[in-house]
Design a protein around this ligand. Structure first.
Ligand code: ADP
Ligand code: ADP
Length: 228
């Protein structure tokens, strides 16, 4: 069974041409799918519909066999990692990672919060940084804190929306390596939006190409880019 299935997904804003037009795609458990395409082709809209931040006009989004069209973001068990990682500057790494658990007031005991945060920190090699503030972390460490937040919620999949697009070339290269390393470690299902071909080639198990809201093809980076 696919982890995430898109069935004939449509998004219309007003009367215009659909921003996302009849997109169907099966994403396997543990698969890293890259979503590419020119600016305005509907990548962000598609991602936001999957995570539940945007209503879907037609079609179905299925997660682990459940149609989630009407489910709130919190009930979809997906974790969106934003461009700036949306860390709280005044909170420590520990409290940043614990944050999603504290939203459900009283659901997790203090012991349980600590156990979960420390386990995530071990996985992400952040254990010795738990008392620091985000300003004192490297870009790669900040990225891992953002992923830690997803891990404590036991998120089913990661969704990244152009996480590296604001970085200079050198840092982008380091972060790309970092993401690839974490992905191998965690094996989490991922949808990753980018317009950077190097990211698509190095990170993706499969690359899905969107154009004017329509899915053109979904193939291995090799099949897509190594054509003679
Ligand atoms: P991408 O992420 O590929 O750059 P988007 O998903 O942001 O593309 O946008 C796809 C299309 O939908 C664009 O034509 C954009 O102008 C339009 N669009 C996106 N968000 C909205 C919105 N909130 N209201 C109206 N149109 C929107
Ligand atoms: P509210 O409780 O008012 O709906 P939010 O929408 O910010 O507040 O968060 C609701 C739930 O959705 C939280 O459990 C949070 O962990 C989760 N959540 C918030 N943002 C995201 C996101 N980008 N991706 C996935 N889940 C999110």
């Amino acid at each position: 069974m696919a982890a995430i299935t898109l069935k004939n997904v449509v998004k219309k804003y007003g009367d215009g041409y659909p921003a996302v037009n009849d997109v169907s795609l099966d994403i396997d458990d543990g698969e890293f799918v890259i979503l590419v395409g020119p600016s305005g082709c509907g990548k962000s809209t598609l991602l936001r519909m999957v995570v539940g931040l945007e209503d879907i006009s037609d079609g179905e989004i299925v997660i682990d066999g459940d149609v989630v069209n009407d489910k709130a973001p919190r009930d979809r068990k997906l974790a969106m990692v934003f461009q700036n990682y949306a860390l709280y500057p005044h909170l420590t790494v520990f409290e940043n990672i614990a944050f999603p658990l504290r939203l459900d007031k009283g659901k997790f005991s203090e012991d349980e919060v600590r156990t979960r945060v420390e386990k995530a920190a071990d996985t992400l090699e952040l254990r010795e940084h738990l008392d620091r503030k985000p300003a004192n972390l490297s870009g790669g460490q900040r990225q891992r804190v953002a992923m830690g937040r997803a891990i404590v919620r036991e998120a089913r999949a990661f969704l990244f929306d152009e996480p590296l697009s604001n970085l200079d070339a050198k840092l982008r290269g380091q972060m790309r390596t970092e993401i690839a390393r974490m992905q191998r470690r965690l094996g989490t299902t991922t949808i990753y939006v980018t317009h950077d071909q190097t990211e698509a080639m190095t990170l993706g198990d499969r690359v899905a190409v969107l154009k004017k809201g329509v899915l053109q093809q979904a193939a291995s980076p090799r099949a897509l880019y190594d054509q003679p």
